[in-house]
Design a protein around this ligand. Structure first.
Ligand SMILES: Cc1cc2nc3c(=O)[nH]c(=O)nc-3n(C[C@H](O)[C@H](O)[C@H](O)COP(=O)(O)OP(=O)(O)OC[C@H]3O[C@@H](n4cnc5c(N)ncnc54)[C@H](O)[C@@H]3O)c2cc1C
Length: 430
């Protein structure tokens, strides 16, 4: 926040500043310091770095934050979860925040629906930072439209046999586990008949068939197109009820909407701070460019919108704390599209007011602009989020009592309709 955040308690304010402090001074240091950020952007990351990052994150309670202590989780809240994700985007990179985010929402699905085996074998070590996590949802035929999942799982004896492919998968190269949906019954596009599975990273039959890590931004995750060919999965690695994963996935996404928007906003706040410093110091025509209204009004607009986006996001997270992970569908969708579109707008505007230097690697601005770009469609495209908002917003805005008799016929009931129209509107002869 640029202004005071009156919606956070003192404890939450403290949590936020402690989180940034811990990240900057204890986690993203040494081999995980600023050189490492460049390594990630150059796709020169290593499995060891990601494992070390997770170890440190687990040690400092950044993983699965809202999982209760009874489950060996940090016992935090969803508001703390989004504050932590903001802090990681701010102090680290988007991909650091993404890996942590996977433990927040996948962790919650495992906590809510996982059997004892899944909790012991995967959730607990995940919270301790012993696993690198990969969420393999997207397929060539199933991106935004998740119900078109083509990957299948068939029960044979006491195993599931998986066949299919997933693309654009972050941490495909390093995943100790893959969390993925597959069709176990029903027809293409049915929401019924989809099941979620946890698959060990070293399971036979998994291949990375195309390296996709050299994309626009969001680099350093070892992203790839994966195929699953006759992969044997123990029967107990199914999450919850067979064929009933759709609500698990949409609830998980309800939290992911907030984390993705929040970490992109954290990164854009860092870009805005750099731009404010730069424009205060850079002189053009013997004046700091911050003195030009065309520049400083842009900063004013970014600061105002950033606060609005944080407030929207915190409100939705608080609804999850109050009413559970499925709460606040409209409010979460508002926070997602507005936050992600804004994060990109801020990074891009920072480039505009800094000029050419912002397009080099002297400042982390152009990396941020590339990194936050995908947030506008991953985890929920802005267009889809607006469709969710309008669905609920119409119910709030539109009233059954509205007199629709006039719609399209408004002239019928105006006071002068049976008489002569007012003189100004009277027809003329020519
Ligand atoms: C950097 C990056 C990281 C990623 N990481 C992962 C990952 O770790 N795991 C994973 O599973 N996937 C990942 N993805 C994939 C990502 O989730 C998908 O790209 C996203 O879900 C969109 O799917 P798609 O690309 O198939 O686009 P499509 O589904 O084909 O949609 C394309 C566009 O169509 C429009 N559109 C779609 N549906 C609607 C609608 N109903 N109304 C209006 N407009 C619509 C939107 O503008 C959308 O962006 C990643 C992608 C990127 C770029």
């Amino acid at each position: 926040m640029i202004g005071k955040d009156t919606t956070l308690s003192d404890g939450e304010q403290q949590y936020l500043s402690d989180a940034i402090d811990t990240l900057e001074n204890e986690i993203l240091v040494g081999r995980l310091g600023s050189d490492h950020f460049e390594d990630l952007d150059n796709n020169e990351e290593s499995r060891g770095d990601w494992a070390e990052y997770m170890r440190r994150m687990g040690e400092h309670d950044f993983l699965g934050i809202a999982i209760p202590e009874s489950e060996d989780g940090p016992g935090g809240t969803f508001v703390e979860t989004v504050l932590a994700e903001q802090s990681i985007g701010y102090a680290g990179t988007i991909v650091h925040a993404c890996q942590a985010s996977l433990t927040q929402h996948i962790g919650h699905t495992l906590y809510n629906h996982g059997n004892e085996h899944l909790r012991e074998a995967y959730l607990e070590p995940m919270l301790d930072g012993e696993l690198i996590v990969s969420q393999a949802y997207t397929e060539p035929s199933s991106g935004t439209d998740l119900a078109r999942v083509d990957t299948t799982a068939e029960k044979v004896g006491d195993e599931w046999i998986l066949d299919g492919q997933k693309r654009f998968i972050d941490f495909a190269k390093y995943g100790d586990l893959y969390f993925l949906p597959a069709r176990t019954s029903g027809e293409d596009g049915d929401r019924e008949g989809i099941s979620l599975f946890v698959i060990d990273g070293d399971a036979d039959g998994i291949q990375l068939v195309d390296d996709q890590s050299d994309w626009h931004g969001f680099r350093g995750t070892g992203a790839a197109w994966m195929t699953f060919d006759n992969v044997h999965v123990p029967e107990e690695n199914i999450v919850g009820e067979e064929g009933s994963a759709w609500p698990y996935m949409t609830n998980e996404l309800n939290l992911e909407h907030l984390t993705v928007a929040r970490y992109c906003l954290g990164a854009s706040q860092k870009a805005l701070e750099v731009a404010a410093d730069y424009t205060s110091n850079r002189e053009v025509n013997e004046r700091p460019i911050s003195e030009y209204q065309g520049v400083n009004h842009k900063v004013a607009e970014m600061a105002t919108k950033l606060d609005a986006a944080y407030l929207l996001n915190t409100r939705a997270a608080r609804m999850l704390d109050e009413d559970g992970i499925s709460a606040g569908r409209m409010e979460g969708a508002m926070a997602k599209w507005y936050g992600n579109d804004l994060a990109h707008e801020i990074a891009d505007t920072c480039i505009q007011i800094m000029g050419g230097i912002a397009t080099t690697d002297k400042y982390p601005i152009e990396r941020t602009q590339r990194d936050v770009r995908a947030g506008r469609f991953l985890g929920g495209a802005s267009e889809v989020m607006k469709s969710v908002v309008q669905h609920y917003a119409y119910k709030v805005l539109a009233s059954d009592d509205f007199n629709s008799d006039y719609v399209g016929n408004e002239l019928d009931e105006v006071p002068w309709s049976d008489e002569d129209p007012p003189s100004k509107l009277a027809p003329t002869d020519n």
